[in-house]
Each structure stands twice: as C-alpha cells, then as structure tokens.
Design a protein around this ligand. Structure first.
Ligand code: 4AD
Ligand code: MG
Length: 482
C-alpha cells in the first residue's frame, strides 16, 4: 500500500478509510499516542494505538527515532491540538531505535553545540527540519525570481585558475603527491606536472566567468558553492558557502541596487507565503532563545514582523562618506566602545560598524555605496570626478540587521585602459586574466552585478544566529566532519 504524506493527511478535509503513513516516532505517550513525523511538515500526526490488542513486544519498540508504518482510518480527533488522527489498525516497526542510545531525545533539549556534532541526526528535530525546509524553499525562490525575469542560469567552474576577489584566501586543488613533489630548477613546486598543468584552486566567486556570459546573454545568474580559506571563526563565516551572483549587461550601480533590493524582497515574501508553519515555529524558538538574553540584546521585533518590515520598507541608500561621518560622530566611537575607532575617511568598515549603522542608527536594511577604491576589488568601476587620493569605486554592500553584510557587489570597470592600470598597480597577472580582459577588448559595455551569501539570507529568514545551523554540514576552520 502506498503511503500518504503526513502533510497531506493533516490537510485532509474529510475522514479517510485505510490510509498508510510512514515516518519516524517523535514521542510515544501513555502506551497509546504516537506523534509521527515524516519530514513533509513540521507538524506531527497523532496515531492512536489500540494498545490492548497490540503485543507488548511491539509497544516496546515504539521508541523515539524508530521508523514505523501505520495503517488505519483517518478520523476527526477528539483530543485538543490536532484536527485529525489515525486510528491505527496495523502497525509495523520498520527500523528500531534504541532509546538508550538515540542522541536526539525530546526531553533533555539538546544544545545547538551538541546538535552540530550530530549534524546527521539534528535534522530529525523540529528546529532543523524547519530550517532545512525554509532553505529549500528559498533556493527555489532564487531560481523562480531570476527565471521569471529571463535571466540565464550559468554554472561557473568550481575548479578555477583565477582568484576573483584577489584576496588570496583559496583552497588549492592538486593531484601532486605531498612527499616527493616535483620541483622546478629554482625549487618551486612544478605545477606543469600537476593534473591541470597549472596552479588551480576552488573558486571563491563565479563573478569573472559570469561577466563573460553576461556580455553575451545579457542577464545571467549563478547559484553554486564557493570556498574561502579565510581563518574567520565567526558565526557569519563558512569555508564552504553558497553564493548567488547575478550579472547584468548595461546595468549601472543604481540598477544594481534596485535589482538586489527587489530580489531580496521577493525571496523573503516567497518564504513568508510558502513556509508559514515553519516560520511560526522558528519565531517561537527565537523568542524562547531571547528570554535568556539581557533586554538590551533582544531584537525589537519578532521574526515575522522583522521579515515583513524588510518587505514594506525601502532599503536606506547611504554613501560610504556619509557613513563615515555618522560613525565618527557616534556615541560608541566617541566613548571608544568600538574595537576599531573610526578616525578618518578611508577606514575599512568592520562588522561592529556595519551593525551599528543598521541596528542602532538607521534601524533598517542599508545599502552602502561608493567605497574608497583601495579597500575594494580591482574590477570595480572607478567613479568619475573623484579627488586624487580620495578615489572611490561604484561598490555596494547591503547590510542587514543581525547579519551585517549580506550582499557585496558593484558596477564593473568597463574601460580597458583604466582596468589594466588598476591591475598593474595591484600586480595582477594580465596574462592569467587575458580571457577576462577580452570582455573589455571586444564590445565592452557598462555592466553590474552582486553576490548574495545564501546562508546569510537563510540566517536572516530563519532567525538563527549561527551560520553553522543553516547549512546541513558546515565546513569551518578545524571542522569537516561528515
Ligand atoms: O563580498 P564578496 O566577497 O563579493 C564577491 O565575491 C563578489 N565577487 C560578488 C559579486 O559582485 N558577484 O561576497 C559576497 C557575499 C557577501 O556579501 C556575503 O554575504 C557572502 O558572500 N560571504 C560569505 N558567506 C559565508 N561565509 C563566508 N566566508 C563568506 N564570504 C562572503
Ligand atoms: Mg564583501
């Protein structure tokens, strides 16, 4: 007999004869009531066992975590808390779960740390089930948004020969042996003998390849894994994360901001419309977590209110120069509460500054733009009419409450000569990036794009606080379990 998903059973508006459900036992109480979950929804279906006519042997095996199959009639529930339940006529244990050993016991509320160590089982909890369903819906929303607008989905390479961000935080890819590495005459590793006959690494961003496609297909987006070997052990950084990178020919920085804002609002709205039960649960979880925090550290809005706020309010657009003025005059700066004091124009903003701007000053999402050229990547377009020594580029970062930077992007430097000069100044190998420079040699045009860190978006939407909790198997410094 084909089983019916718990979600569909719970949504049934009529009673049904002889249904079958399969799933995992969440709880079993009074030798009679099974809360069964199959992952299709956060809600469990109550299965009522006729315990008098069920052998003790079987009843003992209905333990938390066990996989079971139940058959029976779907009837209106007499108990509170659910509208329907299954009156079990046949129960089969598919896979036992030793109650002594199964680590996810509802009674002793496992800590998030403990759950991270058990990332293969944590998805059996309500919390992680909800997070991962929301994550899945959000990724569908990403595709839906861009596909509706006629963007072409481009799969940029994961193994690359270039360092898109020029930050050098790359994982090397090699098939050379560690002992007995082939060397050149001057003692360096001889990559000519490696698999690709050159030095390669895992991509930090698909942008540069994406740009070449935008300059033919017009509007493209990537959505794939990216890798950074930065040793940042924070609640916002992963060594392997997913990034969405749209790139659009003929767009300038203002168009880029409009696109980013519209896109983010669309995916959040999509999650609100399609993940109601999960988000309601996550909102309650967050409220509960915040009870243990001092009043001042609690968020002013509950989760759903916060998500709606982002939909209903424009993002505040502020130039870097304005932001520096605000920060310089801010109380934490004057009282030396920031770890990095802002004294002058040109300072790189730390996450403490970004969060001050978003959470304390503007109290809404903020788009910072026109950053100093020397703190941003080589490919960003130099602003016309900037003072020597105070050059700015058409960069934008979107900052979110509780998250900090969620998007980084820019209008690109489309002028061949200006780009070459910048690369020379930064000692970026022109030969290596000759293919990239071809976009500027042949039919160059204004274009712009951005990268959205998918896990940071999932963090925001789920109200979780640690990025390790919104990706199934997080990779961070010192951790590559599973
Ligand atoms: O600001 P980033 O480094 O920008 C780029 O990579 C550009 N090539 C994007 C583009 O213009 N096409 O990274 C973009 C976003 C950040 O804003 C952040 O949300 C996320 O990627 N991100 C990370 N997320 C998790 N862990 C990390 N280590 C991250 N590094 C960046
Ligand atoms: Mg950035």
């Amino acid at each position: 007999m084909r089983h019916t998903k718990v979600k569909d059973l719970l949504n049934s508006t009529t009673t049904l004869q002889e249904v079958n459900a399969k799933g995992w036992v969440r709880t079993f109480r009074n030798n009679q009531f099974i809360a069964l979950n199959d992952g299709s929804t956060i809600n469990n279906i109550q299965c009522v066992v006729d315990f008098e006519n069920t052998p003790d042997e079987t009843l003992k095996r209905i333990t938390t975590g066990a996989a079971i199959s139940v058959t029976g009639n779907l009837i209106e529930s007499k108990g509170a808390g659910q509208s329907v339940e299954i009156q079990v006529t046949k129960l089969e244990i598919l896979g036992d779960s030793d109650a002594e050993k199964f680590p996810i016991q509802p009674k002793n509320k496992p800590s998030l740390d403990f759950l991270r160590e058990n990332a293969h089982l944590r998805v059996r909890t309500n919390m992680f089930g909800a997070i991962m369903r929301v994550r899945s819906v959000l990724s569908f929303a990403v595709h839906s948004y861009f596909q509706q607008k006629g963007f072409v989905y481009v799969n940029t390479p994961i193994i690359t020969g270039s360092d898109a961000e020029g930050a050098g935080e790359m994982f090397k890819v090699t098939a050379l042996p560690f002992d007995n590495t082939p060397r050149t005459q001057d003692g360096k590793v001889n990559y000519k003998e490696d698999f690709f006959e050159k030095e390669t690494n895992l991509t930090v961003s698909g942008q540069l390849e994406g740009e070449t496609y935008a300059m033919a297909l017009g509007q493209i987006y990537t959505f794939g894994p990216t890798f950074r070997a930065e040793n940042s052990n924070t609640s916002r950084h992963l060594a392997e994360f997913w990034m969405i990178e749209p790139e659009v020919a003929f767009n300038n920085l203002d168009d880029n901001m409009d696109l980013a804002e519209d896109f983010i609002q669309y995916v959040i709205k999509y999650a609100l419309d399609n993940c109601k039960d999960d988000l309601k649960f996550l909102e309650a979880r967050l409220l509960d977590e915040e009870k243990s925090k001092p009043q001042a550290d609690r968020s002013e809005m509950a989760l759903l209110e916060k998500l709606n706020f982002v939909l209903e309010n424009n993002f505040k657009r502020v130039s870097y120069t304005e932001a520096i003025d605000i920060l310089r005059d801010s109380t934490p700066n004057k009282k030396k509460k920031f770890n990095y004091i802002i004294n002058e124009w040109g300072a790189d903003l730390q996450s403490e500054h970004e969060r001050y701007l978003v959470e304390k000053h503007f109290k809404c999402p903020v788009i910072l733009f026109d950053y100093p050229a020397n703190i941003k990547a080589f490919y960003m377009r130099l602003n016309d009419n900037t003072e020597p020594g105070k050059e700015t580029v058409r960069a934008m970062d979107i900052l979110f409450p509780g998250i900090g930077e969620i998007v980084g992007g820019s209008e690109r430097e489309e002028r061949y000569d200006v780009l070459i000069e910048k690369m020379k100044a930064l000692e970026i190998d022109e030969e290596e990036l000759s293919w990239y420079l071809d976009t500027r040699r042949f039919g160059s045009a204004t274009h712009a794009g951005f990268g959205l860190g998918f896990e940071r978006l999932v963090l925001f939407v789920t109200g979780m606080t640690n990025i390790r909790d919104v990706i199934p198997f997080p990779r961070t410094p010192g951790n590559a379990e599973f």
